[in-house]
Write a protein that binds this ligand. Structure first.
Ligand code: ZN
Length: 226
């Protein structure tokens, strides 16, 4: 049974649009080729796991063009399975497969995925393949797909906005002091342990810092510099 990692919405240079379903291995080839060609590969900053690939060409379309035109081809990749569904156990399984990749990778063997001396049970392996988080290749090897690596990064970096009250000691007209609630401060925090150290006056600023932190780790999936 064919399973898919992404729904790709393609907009061609002439503006025409079409939709294609991409199996994990094919999506990985498309993304790898785009990175190789230095097309723009941009993961969304939210937790959706979406990726936009943009190829730009500039040139004369015909002999009668008086100036060069810039045209874009975009592919918007939407995960078939939401990355937020990745469980802790599945994250561990993907980590095991990923660690094996530099030693030739995991091998598909009659339903099981053999990872060095370990293995993923058929049901667990089937689920990971079905969700597009593992990619099965022609040569029988199995690797963690880009969709899988993005789901892992999103699980590793669950950001939240912390709040810190700043109580202040105030003295009234009678000379009596008391604690009062002062302006709050917001913090950008992440499940990986990251704290950026800033205390933000505005919640939106802390949220923006969290998005930047998450995006840096999503870009790292594609070896893009922050
Ligand atoms: Zn983090």
């Amino acid at each position: 049974m064919q399973t898919y990692a992404y729904t790709a919405r393609l907009t061609d240079y002439d503006g025409s649009q079409r939709t294609r379903m991409l199996p994990a291995a094919e999506a990985d080839s498309v993304i790898a080729a785009a990175l190789w060609d230095e097309d723009k590969v941009a993961p969304d900053t939210d937790r959706s796991g979406r990726i936009t690939i943009t190829r730009t060409i500039t040139g004369y379309r015909s002999a009668t063009d008086t100036e060069p035109r810039t045209l874009r081809h975009t592919a918007r990749l939407e995960p078939v399975c939401a990355p937020g569904k990745l469980t802790a156990r599945q994250h561990d399984d993907l980590t095991m497969v990923q660690q094996r990749e530099e030693y030739g990778g995991a091998v598909f063997d009659g339903g099981r995925v053999v990872v060095g001396f370990g293995e993923l049970a058929p049901a667990a392996a089937a689920r990971l393949l079905d969700r597009g988080w593992l990619a099965a290749h022609q040569d029988g090897t199995v690797t963690v797909s880009y969709a899988g690596r993005i789901a892992m990064a999103l699980r590793e970096h669950r950001t939240r906005t912390g709040y810190m009250g700043t109580d202040v000691w105030r003295v009234n007209a009678l000379g009596e002091g008391g604690w009062e609630m002062g302006p709050g401060l917001y913090l950008s925090q992440c499940s990986c342990g990251h704290r950026d150290g800033h205390r933000y006056d505005w919640k939106s600023m802390a949220q923006r810092a969290s998005r930047a932190h998450r995006l840096a780790h999503l870009r790292a999936v594609f070896d893009l510099t922050p």
